[in-house]
Ligand binder design. Structure first.
Ligand code: RM4
Ligand code: MN
Ligand code: MN
Length: 395
């Protein structure tokens, strides 16, 4: 079998998970723009997810953010999803915003809060999210905390970490046997001095102390500039602690831009570490980790943006599959720096778009998803059905 043939087979099996929050209105903290024909509830978000899956054939999983999208009637939402051939993957808790009916505020933290009652409220919310997830057949709880401090002296850092660990432990105990807990890190924003789970070391420390079911989630936008993300990925994978990804791209910070729009070479290098590392550990690429998009379309049509993101992931993955790993190893062992670079760049500079399109066809998708989406006038139909000005749940 040629490398291209085996890449084709593998490509068609990698499925991408799309978050429910990606379909609604978006913008920045300065301005949120209304999306014509935007989804008004979780059911319409599932309808939109079905559009992405129909044309890509490769995005059948949905990730719900709670309480933005509460599956009040799990049976109905599950039936709708399976009608479209979709299923639910990770469920996300939210203790970074105060909800209108909430008793205690998260202004000064949630799982790390100095007040036990606030921590308890946040713990119970996470356990509630697990319960929703169980009803939806999810198998992972994804936790991102904004907890931290805005000014030096505000927080005892060791105390904050210990309280967070204690809270996470209580949530961990509530996880069903076949579940995972994904611990996401982020260096800053909304806190600008310290974040309690601020980098991969802190997340790794927590997930190691928690146990086998806990792993570290890598959001590509959650690193300080210049960080070598592929190296972080390689080491987490080596330790069996890589939960998976929140894919997006960034130029400055947590910009949540379309995957591959700013630095596609970095994305390729990450995929190269993934392919090499997963093969070394005998892992199944498709099921070994979680493949999620966490981007914000900002000023684009969210469905079109997601189509671009899915394509970028597939391209980087295909290019990584084309890397001649045996030749690379040989070059590395001979300290042949030039040849090692040639091998990587040969793969990166290969136009794999026809291969990706063929894999998409094999998976039941369209040859040109974006062109088809436009030709079918999907957004216009959604505007007719839902109206020009809609209010969606979410950020
Ligand atoms: C955070 C982080 C989380 C996401 C929220 C909305 O920066 O990336 O994964 O759920 O944003
Ligand atoms: Mn994220
Ligand atoms: Mn983020």
């Amino acid at each position: 079998m040629t490398i291209a043939q085996s890449a084709l087979d593998t490509l068609a099996t990698l499925q991408i998970e799309v978050p429910s929050w990606a379909y609604g209105n978006s913008g920045t903290r300065f301005k949120v723009f209304t999306l014509p024909g935007g989804p008004r509830d979780p059911y319409e978000k599932i309808d939109d997810a079905a559009q992405v899956n129909a044309v890509t054939g490769l995005a059948p999983a949905v990730s719900l953010h709670i309480p933005w999208d509460i599956p009040e009637n799990a049976a109905t939402i599950k039936a709708l999803a399976s009608h479209y051939g979709l299923h639910f993957d990770a469920v996300n808790s939210n203790t970074f915003q105060d909800q209108p009916d909430q008793e205690l505020s998260y202004k000064f933290g949630s799982l790390n809060h100095i007040d036990k009652a606030v921590r308890q409220q946040a713990i119970e919310h996470n356990i509630q999210v697990i319960k929703y997830g169980v009803e939806l057949d999810s198998t992972a709880l994804s936790v991102w905390l904004s907890d931290g401090s805005n000014f030096p002296g505000q927080l005892n850092m060791r105390g904050a970490f210990e309280r967070t660990f204690d809270s996470l432990q209580q949530i961990y105990t509530a996880l069903p046997d076949d579940w995972k807990m994904w611990v996401e890190y982020k260096p800053y924003e909304p806190n600008f001095y310290s974040t309690t789970i601020g980098d991969w070391g802190q997340s790794y420390l927590l997930s190691s102390k928690l146990g086998n079911k806990a792993q570290t989630l890598v959001d590509l936008g959650h690193h300080l500039q210049g960080a070598n993300i592929e190296q972080i990925v390689a080491l987490l994978l080596m330790e069996g602690k890589l939960a998976g990804f929140h894919f997006n791209d960034s130029k400055y910070g947590d910009d949540d831009l379309t995957v591959g729009s700013i630095n596609p070479y970095q994305l390729f290098l990450i995929f190269n570490e993934l392919v090499e590392g997963m093969d070394a550990r005998g892992m199944n690429h498709a099921t070994g980790i979680g493949w999620m998009i966490d981007a914000s379309h900002n000023i684009k049509d969210p469905i079109e943006d997601l189509l671009q993101s899915v394509e970028a992931i597939k391209i980087a993955y295909a290019q990584a599959l084309l890397v001649d790993q045996a030749a690379l190893k040989h070059a590395q062992q001979n300290n042949d720096v030039v040849q090692a670079q040639e091998i990587l760049q040969n793969a990166y500079r290969t136009d794999v778009r026809p291969l990706v399109a063929q894999a998409r066809l094999l998976a039941g998708g369209a040859l040109q998803p974006l062109a088809l989406f436009r030709k079918l006038g999907v957004r216009n139909n959604l505007v007719k059905e839902r109206g020009l000005k809609t209010v969606a749940t979410g950020l």
